[in-house]
Design a protein around this ligand. Structure first.
Ligand code: SAM
Length: 782
């Protein structure tokens, strides 16, 4: 959604605290949910028939149901979904609150495999009904660990239409805060199992021009650690060319080629009026010029995506706006300029999704008073209105083109709130035609050495050669822009999104080049907060690096471990603290590009970390210890020698969940001897399916532990531990959970004593507790 600072609702996405939510100033009475300009504008656009208008308008005023998606790998998701169906739904089916029967959650009909749910229960009931309170805790904890994603139903659509596969090269151009990025990552990792992640051969670049929001994106994506993920912080409308390795030249010389994408998501900044049911401030502030002002940026982002796409590739363009100027008008302009693209008929996909076809007739409003007098741009151009308002930024592109029929705009999809009780949304799927055979052959020849090696081929230019495009900027021009901007990035404290300018009264985004040149009265009220771009460099360790070899040996990784794909991020390029794993394609991107120009915020995923603090940091012999990170384990697991994995049962898991540092001697055999025989440091335990006191573990769970001299620690952060406890034992039996329950039961009793004393061995407890924070807030931006 658009991030207007001047008006409209504050983005209520991730990062907002409960306190903030309670303090919301955009919550308004139903009687105030009315806006004459909105009515006049959209009635005239004929979004729905006259008879349907009232139902449509009334639906915008209704409380939006809570929706969530069961995330994670396919198997984990199905297991958790079954728990919701078999345990939670039955327990919520007979809830009566203040004499009213409260309906349980139901599955969203159109979402594949029934993995998305919605329920409409007021907050008061979530807080007071014991059954819903329990369900709510379950949702909060599972969201925390990444198994559930709270996301608006309609916001789940774009990734579904993108059809991502594990080998795809995927770009999410406007990705923060990242709910759709998470879906795309899941699709890349579709081959993951319950216990281990696959390493996709493709990659996902998640980009956002807002520096702070990019970091939110990194944080969110830690829930699905992936060696295939890159995060960048760039203006998508001038996204630079990314280079990767090409097959070597005839004499073995190194060559590069442009990275072109199979799939691109353009979930562009927009006026966001489809989110009115959630962002109620829009009722007060809506005016038609918001969409007019964003149109040009939306076109530029879509056209840049078109330039970055492979032949036969697919783009999904989406907004949470109802405005045709931000939707069909953008498509028509971009399709006209790029005739090698067409809209795909996706009417048979998600067949139960109720949708309306894209419009072919619309009229922009030319001022705030919703003046819609001009049916064509020509009329507007010759009008007295334009003579009186010579600074109007409205262009031909805001109106339907004369040959509108040729773009198949009805193939795009409009989702209205009254159709299936959701927010409003717009989605379109675009495809690029395949290259003519002659060009494909020429390209292949270029890599097998048939062409002079001096002819460094730009694949993008070849595609253009085959199918001349009338795009407004060439790649070379865009590259030149980006080059010019690179210097600016390093000296100016600015971000693209943060610096809004007024275009016909609308808040919109300046291009990075406009920012750099200090054009047009830039407001700099919100900056990237971090000054110049200050990310550390990325250095791949040599496979012979002693610390890397030490990690491989101590953690018993097999020879398949891609030790040449391990990178570190510090000025010296040494393995001092954290080690990250990237797949081959991510490595190729990192190694072939200039990061004074490309603001690279993250690459790959953190897998090992130095064990911190005092004596715990080094083994009794004094050697430095690295540990497998909890979130890194699924990535590393395929390479861990199975013989080194310790097996245990549910009883062991219960003790490890209940207390921080149980003594090795407190465990029953055979686990005690198995652990006793192990060295000081990081190990992996496989908890086998079984039953304990009526609790069933239905599939293997693999978790990292740390063994010190006499005790063990489960290496999970507190919240992940609580989520596991709730899922397995139906209650939070962790020390933190018990403390909290005690405090809640006796709020005035002062210091709460844990029901089970935590056993602390000779190494300091504080050194052993891992404080890997996760964002509490769910990702609920659309
Ligand atoms: C609709 S939101 C994206 C929501 C996101 N796709 C999700 O599902 O969580 C639009 C995003 O575009 C970003 N943005 C605005 N202008 C941009 C630009 N020129 N280039 C890249 N990102 C931009 C904003 O910071 C915002 O995060």
């Amino acid at each position: 959604m658009a991030r207007s600072k001047r008006r409209g609702p504050k983005n209520t996405g991730s990062g907002q605290s409960r306190q903030d939510k309670d303090d919301r100033t955009d919550l308004i009475e139903k009687s105030d949910m009315d806006n004459e300009r909105f009515k006049a504008y959209y009635r005239a656009q004929n979004l729905v028939s006259e008879e349907e208008w009232e139902v449509f308008y009334d639906a915008l005023k209704q409380h939006l149901p809570t929706t969530f998606r069961v995330a994670g790998s396919r198997q984990v998701a199905h297991t958790l979904n079954q728990t919701i169906k078999d345990v939670h739904v039955p327990s919520l089916s007979d809830v009566v609150f203040e004499d009213q029967k409260i309906p349980p959650p139901v599955q969203i009909e159109w979402y594949p495999d029934g993995l998305a749910w919605h329920f409409n229960v007021p907050k008061k009931i979530l807080r007071k009904s014991p059954e819903f309170k329990k369900f709510h805790s379950f949702l909060v904890f599972e969201t925390e660990v990444g198994n559930i994603s709270r996301q608006e139903a309609v916001s789940m659509l774009p990734p579904l239409f993108l059809d991502v596969e594990p080998h795809h090269r995927v770009m999410d151009m406007c990705a923060a805060p990242g709910s759709k990025t998470a879906q795309l990552l899941e699709a890349l990792h579709a081959q993951d199992s319950v216990t281990a992640t696959s390493t996709p051969t493709g990659l996902l670049i998640a980009n956002d021009s807002d520096h702070k929001r990019t970091h939110l994106l990194i944080h969110q994506s830690a829930r699905l650690p992936s060696p295939a993920l890159i995060v960048t912080n760039l203006d998508a409308s001038i996204y630079p060319t990314i280079k990767i390795d090409a097959p070597p030249g005839p004499n073995g010389e190194k060559r590069t080629q442009q990275l072109l994408f199979d799939r691109i998501l353009c979930d562009v900044p927009c006026s966001g009026d489809g989110t009115m049911r959630k962002n109620m401030g829009i009722w007060k502030n809506w005016q038609p010029m918001d969409g007019n002002g964003l149109h040009a940026l939306q076109v530029r982002i879509l056209q840049r995506a078109m330039k970055l796409l492979k032949p036969k590739g697919r783009i999904v363009y989406s907004t949470c706006s109802l405005n045709p100027v931000e939707n069909e008008a953008v498509l028509a302009t971009a399709l006209k300029a790029n005739p090698e693209f067409h809209l795909v008929d996706v009417s048979s996909k998600l067949s139960t999704l109720k949708r309306r076809p894209g419009l072919t007739i619309w009229r922009p409003a030319v001022d705030r008073s919703v003046n819609m007098d001009f049916g064509t741009y020509q009329e507007f151009k010759n009008s007295q209105h334009l003579k009186d308002n010579p600074n109007s930024k409205l262009t031909e592109s805001h109106w339907p083109p004369q040959d509108v029929e040729r773009f198949d705009l009805p193939r795009s999809m409009r989702i209205y709130p009254h159709l299936q009780d959701t927010g409003g949304f717009f989605v379109a799927v675009l495809e690029r035609r395949a290259l003519p055979e002659a060009v494909s052959k020429k390209r292949e020849a270029s890599y097998s050495g048939d062409l002079p090696q001096t002819k460094k081929l730009r694949l993008e230019e070849e595609a253009d050669e085959a199918e001349p495009s009338v795009a407004p900027k060439t790649d070379t021009e865009i590259d030149a822009d980006a080059d010019a901007d690179a210097e600016v990035y390093l000296v100016d404290d600015v971000t693209a999104t943060a610096n809004s300018e007024e275009v016909d009264g609308a808040s919109t985004t300046m291009s990075a080049s406009a920012q750099g040149k200090g054009k047009r009265g830039m407001k700099n009220s919100e900056t990237n907060g971090g000054g110049a771009f200050k990310e550390h460099p990325y250095t791949f360790l040599a496979p012979t690096d002693p610390i890397l070899l030490h990690c491989i040996e101590r953690l018993s990784l097999n020879s398949d471990f891609p030790s040449s794909n391990v990178l570190v991020r510090n000025p010296a390029g040494d393995a001092v603290r954290s080690l990250y794993l990237a797949n081959a394609l991510v490595k190729s991107v990192v190694e072939n590009n200039d990061y004074t120009r490309i603001r690279l915020s993250a690459a790959g995923t953190k897998v090992f970390s130095k064990q911190d603090g005092g004596k715990a940091a080094s083994a009794p012999g004094g050697e430095t210890q690295f540990r497998i990170l909890g979130e890194g384990l699924p990535v590393i697991l395929p390479f861990v020698d199975p013989a080194t994995i310790i097996t245990a049962d549910l009883a062991v898991l219960k003790v490890l969940v209940q207390s921080y540092y149980p003594l090795v001697s407190s465990f029953a055999e055979p686990f005690r001897s198995a652990v006793d025989a192990r060295a000081f440091g990081s190990h992996v335990v496989r908890f086998l399916p079984g039953e304990l006191d009526g609790v069933a573990l239905t599939h293997d769970i693999l978790l990292p532990i740390w063994k010190s001299n006499v005790s063990l620690t489960l290496m999970m952060d507190k919240k992940a531990k609580s989520a596991l406890s709730l899922r397995l034992f139906g209650e939070d039996i962790t020390t933190a959970g018990r403390d909290l329950a005690q405090k809640q039961a006796a709020p005035t009793s002062g210091s709460a004593t844990p029901a089970l004393p935590a056993k602390v061995d000779d190494y300091q407890a504080s050194e052993m507790v891992i404080q890997e924070s996760h964002l509490l807030d769910a990702m609920d931006d659309s």
